[in-house]
Design a protein around this ligand. Structure first.
Ligand code: ADP
Length: 577
């Protein structure tokens, strides 16, 4: 239905518009990508700020929950007495009680030199009793009269914790020892890990003290100097951890590279302790959301394109169908017009012919009438002459009698044309018509030695009309055939009749000289004849065609290999169909 138009200019233009549309779509997607990335980044950043704030406050509250406990325990007379008088009986149990009630990991008392004289974990195999923690900053700070706070990996238990120390004072207010508390914080960090978020807490040296991933814990986000390392070692803050540096590279826009992965971060200071809490989220998550929008956009765009295309091709198909219908209508109209023209032409030539025939009929009638009298008078005179005693056979009377006979023949023929019988509507069998015509021409057939063959069937349907007139048609056809075979060596007429539901077809074939390409229209033209004057008037086929037409049939003629065929088609009597 569609043809590809091979127009190079159009091709170039189409290519250019396709390229332009593709470029626009690409530009649209790039814009959409960066716009979505911006939106998702700022949403993620906002969320990170909120989460970081939340985690910071949970950390601070966990650290501050037991903050005052060492101070209170340091006021306990039992603790003061134990240090002042070196009497520790019952103090371990008392400290154990404090620890259990407050859910502290350990509470312990150290003398002025840092030796632990009582500890809540005294029952444990690994406990603080007898250990010296004089090197710990919280001890030093407390002995200096202020509160000491410190994160460290336990020197005895090797477990991390937050240590808070407060001085125990004698009556003069001098520090005579220290009460220390260890907060484990493992519950808190465990809860953080369970959320699936990524969190790190770094201390003022940049060392990760808490992290949701084991890979990050006790590693520094910036390389440590020798002095820093020496100080940390002196405080024994991180036990045997070698504190290697993390692959940490903070960039612009709150982005940081950590171990090869880019994260978006929000960091919050945990002021009093010099710590920083980092909430980090992989940029991959944000890119994933952005790509999701792009894919969604592409799907929507593709859907729209498909919908548009379907709509367009539907419109096109409808337009095509409409134009196809129009074309078909036009063709039908043209065909109808042509048929009408042909019918008109036929009617016109028919009219001409019928009027010629009518004129001929009148002429024939008057000629037969006018000549009838004198001819029969001549015949009478000649008959009288032939019976007179002076009659000599072969003389003038005989010659005239032959001429009179010829004249009578002509008038007979003319009479036949002049008075078309009233169309009668009798029902008869075509076989009878053909046989009747044959007997009427039998004399000529015999005289010319013509073989006559018929292929008829009694099962042919009857026809309705004027039997005598139809007989006249076949007499004419047989006579014409005999004339056409006058010069032929083989002389044969064969008549075949057959039928279908609508038509009865009779074919009269001869082995004469044929039609020499002449059409039936030419042959049936009145006065068209190839016969010499006096032998034919060129009216036989004109009259025959007329009679057949009266019966609703058609007459046609064809040249054959040797001879000609005339085909008569007559409508089958309706009741018989
Ligand atoms: P006519 O027989 O008086 O000539 P027709 O109208 O019957 O008039 O025939 C017209 C012409 O058609 C004939 O003169 C002849 O040339 C041609 N014709 C008719 N029948 C045949 C036939 N069977 N074979 C060849 N020519 C024929």
């Amino acid at each position: 239905m569609f043809e590809t138009v091979q127009n190079p200019r159009l091709g170039k233009r189409t290519m250019a518009s396709i390229a332009l549309v593709a470029l626009l779509v690409l530009a649209g997607f790039v814009t959409l990508f960066f716009a979505s990335l911006n939106v998702f980044t700022s949403v993620a950043l906002e969320r990170a700020e909120g989460r970081a704030q939340l985690y910071r406050s949970t950390l601070i509250s966990a650290l501050e929950r037991l903050e005052h406990l060492p101070f209170i325990v340091a006021q306990d007379p039992a603790v003061v007495r134990a240090l002042a008088e070196k009497r520790v009986e019952g103090l371990n149990g008392r400290l154990e009680d404090f620890a259990q009630r407050s859910n502290a990991e350990a509470i312990y008392v150290m003398d002025a030199n840092g030796w632990t004289i009582a500890a809540s974990n005294y029952r444990n195999e690994v406990n603080f009793l007898g250990k010296n923690y004089g090197f710990r900053p919280y001890f030093k700070d407390a002995m200096a009269g202020k509160r000491g706070e410190f994160f460290a990996i336990g020197a005895t238990t090797f477990k991390p914790g937050y240590f808070i120390g407060d001085p125990v004072r004698d009556a003069d207010g001098d520090a005579i020892g220290v009460v220390a508390l260890k907060v484990a914080l493992s519950e808190l960090t465990g809860a953080w890990a369970a959320t699936g978020d990524d969190i790190l807490v770094t201390n003022n040296d940049g060392i990760v003290v808490f992290a949701t991933s084991d890979d990050w814990r006790y590693r520094s986000i910036s390389p440590l100097s020798e002095t820093q390392r020496a100080e940390i070692a002196a405080k024994q803050q991180f036990g045997k951890q070698d504190l290697t540096a993390l692959a940490w590279q903070a960039g612009p826009n709150n982005q940081v590279q950590l171990d090869g992965t880019t994260y978006l971060y929000s960091n919050k200071m945990v002021e009093a302790r010099g710590w920083t809490l980092w909430y980090i989220e992989p940029m991959a998550n944000i890119y994933q959301r952005t790509w999701f929008v792009i894919v969604l956009g592409a799907i929507v765009l593709a859907g729209l394109a498909v919908a548009f295309q379907t709509f367009r091709s539907n419109q096109l198909r409808q337009a095509l169908r409409a134009s196809y219908d129009d074309r078909r209508k036009l063709l039908v109209e043209i065909e109808e017009r042509k048929t009408a023209e042909r019918r008109l032409e036929r009617t016109q030539s028919e009219l001409q012919r019928t009027s010629k025939l009518a004129a001929l009929g009148q002429l024939a009638a008057s000629v037969t009438h006018e000549l009838g009298q004198p001819i029969s008078a001549m015949r009478n005179y000649l008959a009288a002459e032939q019976i007179s005693p002076n009659y000599k056979p072969g003389g003038l009377p005989d010659k005239l009698t032959a001429l009179v006979a010829r004249m009578e023949n002509i008038t007979k023929e003319l009479k036949f044309f002049s008075s078309p019988a009233e169309p009668s509507a009798e029902e008869f069998h075509i076989n009878d018509v053909i046989n009747g015509a044959k007997s009427l021409t039998q004399h000529n057939l015999d005289a010319e030695g013509v073989e006559f063959e018929t292929d008829l069937s009694i099962n042919l349907p009857p026809i309705r009309g004027n039997r005598q007139r139809l007989e006249q048609v076949f007499v004419n056809l047989f006579r014409n055939a005999i004339s056409a075979m006058a010069e032929a060596a083989k002389r044969k007429i064969s008549v075949k009749a057959s039928s279908d539901t609508d038509w009865l077809t009779i074919i009269v074939e001869d082995s004469g000289h044929g039609l020499a390409g002449q059409t039936i229209e030419q042959l049936q033209e009145p006065f068209h004849t190839s016969k010499p004057s006096g032998q034919g008037m060129g009216l036989g086929l004109a009259i025959s065609a007329d009679i057949i037409r009266e019966h609703g049939g058609t007459l046609s003629a064809n040249d054959m290999d040797d001879g000609a065929e005339f085909v008569v088609r007559l409508p089958v009597e309706r009741d018989q169909k």
